[in-house]
Design a protein around this ligand. Structure first.
Ligand SMILES: *Cc1c(COP(=O)(O)O)cnc(C)c1O
Length: 392
């Protein structure tokens, strides 16, 4: 394909996210021997430092050459047996796909459909688990950040709900679009399997799936009987302890991951979270105060700091806004998926970002909306966002 634009392309989809030059350069290494005596000098510290990102002392991190979906499959097949019961809430494309995977892997899935634009309801978790006196539920799932609708769920509140019910279930969290961007606390929140991927908050290309397993999950692993091979934890544990892998690891990605962790640690996780919040809030001001539009997130408590899904007026098609933005302004916006297809477009604001980068997304989205006949005031989005950013 010939080059259709000058300058840089503006990618504001909620993953894959912008890859900073430092990470690109770190991946630029010649072939390496993954069985050499020096290879563990790269890998062993990665496992240790990832624990700091997940905020765990006793947890164990697994690094798979896969996208986030592989990390899901790994968590499920290594801790569960056929027919085990799962409680999961469906409120967007990613929780929907997670449900689908549980079903296809032969689990007994209790799916609760809640409004797209809301998230996991802790009250319902508590009531459901209290009624489960035989302790049939083995896993409760929370999609911490539903990337399709821009909704964040309160994982700590779900933990409290499980504790209030006195239930021994495991807690799984899909943190693919939240971990390393939004606060996450594996140990404090008693999470048993946390899942992430490389191409969102970690600012890497796609290709590394991360699972962090608690001691309880590792215990469950001992008797879990779902079949697994490529994603097997036991194979990983046997070799990982010495810094090696059961098959060829993505060595260049591991160097990139090293740079990513270094960048996150140098900025400080709390500062990373604060930056995501500040930038997200500017985008929300543009949407609400500037354009007078609504977010898909139905209440402030559900609003995500990593992605905003913007609802277009009923007589408009979000797909046209996305097409204009791409073709005319070289700006990629996220599309609406399944239930919200054509009804929303999304601005991703996670990873390596700053205010002026998001300013380009706001101006580009606004031009694309104006081109499609939206009744909004030119310049209103950036006026509202910059007002917030200047003062915060
Ligand atoms: C992106 C994403 C996934 C899927 O990850 P892949 O890397 O595309 O397999 C899963 N869950 C959430 C919440 C996501 O944002």
């Amino acid at each position: 394909m010939s080059r259709k634009y000058t300058g840089h392309f503006h990618a504001y989809i909620p993953g894959p996210t912008n890859i900073p030059p430092r990470i690109l350069n770190a991946a630029h290494v010649p072939t390496e021997d993954m069985r050499s005596p020096t290879f563990p000098e790269l890998t062993l510290p990665l496992f240790e430092d990832l624990k700091k990102i997940f905020k765990t002392k006793d947890g164990q991190v697994f690094i798979f050459p896969s996208s986030g979906t592989g990390a899901w499959e790994s968590a499920i097949t290594n801790t569960m047996s056929p027919g085990d019961k799962v409680l999961i809430y469906r409120f967007g494309q990613f929780s929907l796909l997670w449900v689908d995977m549980f079903e296809r892997l032969g689990l007994d899935v209790d799916v609760r459909d809640v409004d797209w634009g809301t998230g996991t309801p802790p009250e319902d978790v508590e009531a459901t688990l209290k009624a489960d006196s035989n302790h049939e539920y083995k896993v409760v799932c929370v999609t911490q950040n539903e990337t399709a609708t821009g909704v964040s769920s309160d994982v700590a509140a779900v933990r409290k709900a499980i504790d209030a019910a006195g239930h021994p279930t495991m807690l799984f969290v899909d943190g693919v679009s939240s971990i390393a961007s939004i606060d996450f606390r594996m140990d404090e929140w008693g999470v048993d399997c946390a899942i992430s991927g490389s191409q969102k908050g970690f600012m890497l290309p796609a290709g590394v799936g991360l699972v962090c397993a608690s001691q309880k999950a590792l215990e469950a692993h001992k008797s879990a009987s779902l079949p697994r091979c490529y994603f097997s934890w036991e194979d990983m544990m046997k070799t990982n302890k010495d810094g090696y892998f059961p098959y060829t690891p993505p060595t260049t990605m591991l160097h990139a991951l090293r740079a990513s962790i270094d960048m996150l640690m140098e900025e400080g996780l709390d500062n990373v979270f604060a930056r995501h919040h500040r930038i997200a809030e500017g985008v929300r001001r543009a949407v609400k105060d500037g354009w007078g539009l609504k977010l898909c997130a139905k209440e402030e408590k559900w609003e995500s700091d990593t992605v905003s899904a913007i609802v277009v007026p009923e007589d408009k098609d979000a797909k046209e806004v996305i097409a204009t933005a791409y073709n005319k302004y070289h700006l990629s916006l996220g599309a609406g998926l399944t239930q919200v297809a054509g009804k929303v477009f999304r601005i991703g604001h996670l990873g390596d970002f700053n205010e002026l980068m998001l300013a380009s997304a706001i101006v580009g989205a606004e031009m694309a909306m104006l081109d499609n006949g939206f009744d909004i005031k030119p310049g209103s989005g950036i006026a509202a966002a910059s007002e917030y950013w200047r003062n915060n």
